[in-house]
Design a protein around this ligand. Sequence first.
Ligand SMILES: Nc1nc2c(ncn2[C@@H]2O[C@H](COP(=O)(O)OP(=O)(O)O)[C@@H](O)[C@H]2O)c(=O)[nH]1
Ligand SMILES: [Mg+2]
Length: 672
Amino acid sequence: MERFTTGRIRNVALLGHSGSGKTTLVESMLFAAKAINRQGRVEDGNTVSDFEPEEHRRGTSLQLSVVPCVWQGTKVNLVDTPGYADFAGEQASALRAVDAAVLVVSAPAGVEVGTELAWQRLREAGTPTMVFVNKMDRDGADFEAALGQARSALGRGCVPINFPIGAAAAFSGIAGVLKGDAPGDMEAALSEAKEQLTEAVAETEDQLTERYLEEGDLPLEDIERGLRRGILDRQIAPVLAGSAITGAGVADLIEAIIDYLPSPDRAGERAASVGGEEISLPANPDGPLAASIFKTAADPFVGKASYFRVLSGTMRPNQEVFNSTRNESERVGQILVPVGKVQESVPDLAAGDIGVVTKLAHAVTGDTLTTRTDGVQAPPLEFPEAVYSVGVHPKSQADLDKMSSALSRLGEEDPSLVMRRNGETGELVVLGMGDTHVDVMAERAKRKFGVELDMRVPQVPYRETISKTTNTEYKHKKQTGGHGQYGHVLIRLEPRERGAGFEFGAQVVGGNVPKEYIPAVEKGVVKAMQEGADGFPMVDMRVVLYDGSSHSVDSSGASFEIAGSMALKQGVRAAAPVLLEPIMRLQLTVPESAAGAVVGDLNGRRARINGMTPQGGVAVIEAEAPQAEVQQWATSLRALTQGRGTMRLEFDHFGEVPSHLTQKIMEATAAR
Ligand SMILES: Nc1nc2c(ncn2[C@@H]2O[C@H](COP(=O)(O)OP(=O)(O)O)[C@@H](O)[C@H]2O)c(=O)[nH]1
Ligand SMILES: [Mg+2]
């Protein structure tokens, strides 16, 4: 692929509700730009962008993919993203790589949940956006309705710059608001749209406002300049129409991308730091080297492929660079540009462009590549919080051997997956965004690394404590000739406040338990606490050794350790033991209309609602709920809120398990 100067590059992500047609639109743009000579179809599993078998099987995108095309000397790097909420992490990565976005809306369906969530992310990231109303050829396609919904749900800045001619079977093409010819019967609609557009543009700049108020109109070049300005300032989101399947409106879209969306050098400087000092980086090919890694792909054959966006300077092949995030040197070999699943070699890559390097030793997603002299660091990439957890187990011994390296490679590939070994249950727990997210991880583990995983509901790290003070006595005595064993203790078990922890005391009088054996008793007690009387670690107790006896020959530390341990386990039985479970703090943001259903569902899960605050159409709910009830609740929340609800989840404290559940939990744990 030839070299492109920064001004001749456009980096554009495609976001939108799952199924709105992003991948098909990428395919259609490639076809229009003659980058491919046959348009693939998602259903046939032969599109350039959805190249993973898991994507073919599910008929939807599961990861971002970068696909460039060239149009009249300008390179447009298209970054296709998954619309499904489980893969929101891929959207976060894509927004690091691009300077603008196309929000795809399906004309029959209009604005959907995924459209609103994508718009929200684009606003938060400050990404200039265009809206493409796709599927105009489909039955039920209604551009006006979709436009109306966009203006009310996304904002009045959504103004059409072209209109569909006809709809559904009668859809025949596109009429431009600013340029081009229009069928007679559309003139009224187009001139009204031009007025709306001119008004929106006039609001972007005082000078334009004045001119508009004076003359009642603006010349084309002012409208176009104001449009570019308005898009860049996110005051205007131009709306276009078309069909990725018929191709109508697709060339118009590419031209609008090139005409109106910013090139990297016009998109504004990027925030970064040098030696802790904040700087802002213009996209200057001669500037300090700074490349931000926004995606890592773990390929079993090629090894690790790191996708990067050059923020400043020029990335050249076969050189040593500095990973300022990890403080490590990295060896860069060939510079490649990604084209879906394949890569093409290029001589170098200037500021503003997107490329791939393979086999970097240390780098992961979010890292910055620079030189030791330049020392630039881009801000870290933030990923949505993982809230859905599964226990991950190898299916066989062979799988066990390969599991941890496979999972760490998959974790590198998808930073929105969080992998933890639970210190109490010893279980490897993976947290993701939802059930599909973790299922896809398991499928990739099998395909890429030949590891078969068994995904289970994670074991809950229960604990146990006591609720009554009790005294107990245990004599460990083995005297069957030869050196016997003898240890005899009397201990008092006292409950302590939740979270107070463990305390051991000795109040032995008359040396009935010789001083040298008291630490052994404590050791035995502590060991028994860790094992637990019922298999759960014991907490929040005071154990006081207050009497006992020893044997001058047969007593030893080991005997008293056993006595201490057995006395503890025996004593717990008489001290009204109580099972404790981890209680999570939840913060939920849900549409106000769904708050009742969400609270109702939570009440059925032994939750406690601590507060609900309405905030502009959404309700923020603060609650507490047992981990056992909410560790896989993310998918239910999504169903209850039609995908609009989000949750934050963190451990808060241990609480008592209701007695009617204790038996069941004990049996389940014993059966494991
Ligand atoms: N009729 C029609 N179908 C489309 C159009 N664009 C996409 N589709 C279909 O919509 C479905 C989802 O498309 P896809 O590109 O995977 O959507 P994505 O999830 O947004 O990437 C597929 O069956 C496509 O064939 C279009 O313009 N017209
Ligand atoms: Mg897709």
